[in-house]
Design a protein around this ligand. Sequence first.
Ligand SMILES: Cc1ncc(COP(=O)(O)O)c(C=O)c1O
Length: 384
Amino acid sequence: MNMSNFQSIPSPSFVLDMDRLTSNLNILQDIQQKSGIDIILALKGFSLWHVFPLVKKYLAGATASSLHESMLIFNEMGTKAHTYSPAYIPSDFEKIAQHSSHITFNSCTEYIRYLPYISSNNPLFSAGIRVNPGYSPVDVALYNPASPGSRLGVTPEKLNELKQLPCLDGIHIHTLCESNSYHLEKLMAAVENHFGELLPDLKWINFGGGHLMTKSDYDIPHLISILKRFKENHPNLKIILEPGSAVAWETGELVSSVLDIVENDGIKTAILDVSFTAHMPDTLEMPYKPNLLNASNVPLSECPFSYRLGGVSCLAGDYMEEYFFSEPLQIGQKLIFLDMMHYTMVKTTQFNGVAHPEIGYISEKEGYKCWKKFDYLDFKNRLG
Ligand SMILES: Cc1ncc(COP(=O)(O)O)c(C=O)c1O
């Protein structure tokens, strides 16, 4: 990839590289075939529905975090979703059930709340519960679902409650993030250690996301061997992985360009036609410094020209600290942010498909009136 690839592409724009996406999908399909597991796409990491027909040729389905994501999977991938949310909005649940083949509940109380659906003679979906084995290799608190007091999943002290849940088909675990197969091996051991008693009676186990199987240094043969071993030890269980990042890893860019260069207190800032807070919120939230094509994140003798990159919003903190270039930046010059397809894009649209709050007004005379209620099409249309 070089600058000439981007000359004809408008700025600003998110651009997906179909060939790199297909190459990732091939890797994931190969893992599925060699290990006998199901890999499904987590929309929370990548929900560009235009490519769902392509994704469906390689993967076993997709996982949703909300009604709107489950509808997007149903309508655009032509399959029912595996759905999990920390809690379900009661008025959404009937529709979620219609669009889901599997539903995972976050707590025993939620499970019991929806028991009439689960224990019906003809249930619409297979019911699971999220468990939290207390092991995670993730250091960043924002991304660690197993930190003390985490709201995500049932902890081992409640094993007896779990054993009494009627009609439980599966368990779901998610505690990895950009992790390797050795982390998954430890996670499997933690699950067997804390929740092993449940496993013989279940039909499926979903080890969540965070498996960065398409990163160049990921040990795929080791992954396949631990998945096969787990399957041999628990032949009754269908194993599911639901990566988001791994599907769209390094598959696309955000094209931007320089609008102005300002210098204050000896610091030069190139102001761009994109915004970190509006278009790449994860860079400020995590925080992390995205890579740029043809620039360095750190000082280099061959890149003597340094600039902060400033977002076009009014937020004082909407900038990234210094990048280093071989030539001075020019007004109108394109800057290409790398690896912008997973999370960045969904965070700038509607993360998890969580419905936008409606907007209304209140007055003494009229009470509350709604101006705008956001629906499924508002969600879908943010993505194309
Ligand atoms: C429950 C669950 N499943 C899957 C994923 C996808 O993880 P990743 O994109 O890191 O593979 C996440 C990410 O937060 C998650 O919370």
